[in-house]
Ligand binder design. Structure first.
Ligand SMILES: NC(=O)c1ccc[n+]([C@@H]2O[C@H](COP(=O)([O-])OP(=O)(O)OC[C@H]3O[C@@H](n4cnc5c(N)ncnc54)[C@H](OP(=O)(O)O)[C@@H]3O)[C@@H](O)[C@H]2O)c1
Length: 477
């Protein structure tokens, strides 16, 4: 800045005029930083009046980013871990001690009758940790009340609870009786409610509930488990609305502790469905640390490949997965070209036609922020509001999904969904896949040639940046 003092003086004068109401801001719409893609999309579709503002103050560090801060827990409080004598609950208890906890109460129905319980006491004692292992049915209100009285009388104040107790009783819905629902709901949901009700008056700092990724994606044969976990997520939200601490984590499959270590076939089928291996306990607990550090209320922590999962997930096109679809840069069932080639292998021409049709409609819908069934296959894309920049995006997305190269400026040819489908199917049949990629410069100059004279310098720069960003995300430069 050449004259900082003058700039500061002018800026101060201007702000004073704003405060006095002599000046008012231009019409504008504010997007949180995590909605920046929506902001560009709005600008791209010319839906805005005035300015679009991206508010950087609302930026939350994405939880997927590594965070180097370490959670420090007090050694002067007691933690209660239900289901904490074995499995993932026990691993969580061990992790708590690595973060400073020195007083643990681990409960399960078997308590000290759990194999290895005596060794556990010795293990914790050797670390200077006071551990109590008790038999307590967490859904039994009077048993939990008695446990809390005992903790109150003999241990430091209760500071945190991890509710990891669970029982599974899987069956397809037709076979699920009231008893089979109760078997699963009682320890998980019933136990969570008992803990919530009996500790509301205590100054707890942490109340952690273990749920499952299946609450998000469903799982045939686990309606009772999903229902129980759904209650946990709602309880966490309810508690936070009341100003009480709560975190509910929907875990993906855990590889090296708990239920799946006893059920390899279930682990394998979950891995196939999710397209990724189960989580290692230490990685899961690292994510727990990040969630606690950021005071997150409800989260899902799971490794999966969206293209694989989406293929088997009937709800993959629902709005609740919209941000995920965008984040991953894929539309609904779209995968990569190899994936698509394997899906169409052996299919009849009609079946291929219908798969391509579905894919094109989904991609167009995603770019237009609409639903696939709202896309009229006979209407020119241009008339639906797809401009040339969106056309570039569509061509790239379809090329990536099918391997068929389409002209980056395909809108110039006035296509409809039907024409696009016919073109892709024809190229798939003749085996003509993507060849040389158009360069970034080529794409940008095409867009500039088409739009340049209608855009301000600022808009032009943003457009070029958006194309570059998109292409970079797609791994094209
Ligand atoms: N393991 C995974 O892959 C996975 C994935 C997603 C979510 N999770 C969640 O993580 C938590 C732990 O899973 P896990 O795999 O470690 O399960 P697990 O090995 O089956 O352990 C569950 C524990 O809960 C105890 N328990 C059952 N009913 C109880 C009750 N009424 N009162 C007190 N304790 C009770 C059991 O001990 P007793 O039989 O002695 O009572 C057992 O030690 C669960 O909440 C689960 O939903 C796990």
């Amino acid at each position: 800045m050449a004259r900082p003092a003058l700039a500061q003086q002018l800026f101060n004068q201007m702000m004073a005029l704003f405060h006095e109401g002599d000046l008012s801001p231009l019409p504008h719409r504010v997007f949180d930083a995590h909605q920046v893609i929506d902001a560009f999309r709005t600008m791209q579709q010319a839906k805005h009046i005035g300015k679009l503002v991206v508010n950087m103050q609302t930026v939350q560090p994405p939880v997927s980013q590594p965070v180097h801060a370490r959670l420090v827990l007090s050694g002067n409080g007691t933690w209660l871990v239900t289901g904490g004598v074995a499995g993932f609950g026990l691993e969580t208890a061990r992790w708590l001690t690595s973060r400073g906890v020195r007083h643990l109460v681990l409960v399960s129905r078997r308590g000290m009758h759990t194999p290895g319980a005596a060794q556990l006491l010795a293990e914790f004692a050797a670390q200077g940790v006071q551990a109590d292992i008790s038999a307590c049915d967490v859904a039994d209100e009077s048993a939990v009340q008695a446990l809390l009285h005992r903790i109150g009388a003999s241990m430091p104040p209760l500071e945190g609870i991890v509710h990891a107790a669970m029982v599974l009783d899987d069956a397809l819905m037709a076979q699920l009786t009231a008893d089979r629902y109760a078997n699963v709901l009682r320890p998980k949901a019933g136990g969570a409610l008992v803990l919530h009700q009996l500790t509301q008056h205590l100054p707890l700092k942490y109340f952690i509930l273990y749920s499952s990724v299946t609450t998000l994606i469903g799982n045939a044969g686990q309606a009772n488990y999903v229902a129980a976990n759904a209650l946990l997520e709602n309880l966490a939200q309810h508690r936070r609305a009341q100003g009480l601490p709560a975190l509910c984590v929907g875990w993906g499959p855990i590889d090296d502790a708990g239920y799946l270590t006893r059920h390899q076939a279930v682990k394998d089928s979950l891995a196939a469905r999710l397209g990724a291996a189960a989580l290692k306990t230490q990685d899961a607990l690292h994510m727990l640390e990040i969630l606690l550090l950021h005071d997150v209320g409800v989260a899902t922590v799971a490794d999966f490949d969206w293209a694989t999962l989406a293929r088997l997930l009937p709800s993959s096109n629902e709005p609740r997965f919209e941000s995920l679809r965008r984040h991953v840069g894929q539309a609904g069932q779209a995968g990569n070209a190899d994936d698509f080639a394997s899906r169409i292998a052996g299919k009849t021409p009609d079946e291929v036609q219908s798969m391509v049709y579905q894919l094109v409609r989904e991609q167009v819908a995603q770019i237009l922020c609409s639903m696939p069934d709202k896309i009229n296959p006979g209407q020119p894309l241009h008339d639906m509001g797809l401009d040339s920049l969106m056309g570039v995006e569509l061509a790239l997305a379809l090329e990536k999904s099918t391997g068929v190269r389409l002209p980056a400026m395909l809108l110039n040819e006035g296509p409809t969904v039907e024409k696009l489908v016919a073109r892709i199917v024809e190229k798939l049949q003749t085996g003509e896949a993507a060849s040389a990629q158009p360069s970034l410069g080529e794409l940008v100059s095409q867009v500039v040639a088409q739009h340049g004279e209608h855009l301000s310098n600022e808009e032009l720069a943003q457009t070029v940046q958006a194309v570059a960003q998109h292409i970079t995300q797609e791994g094209r430069v």
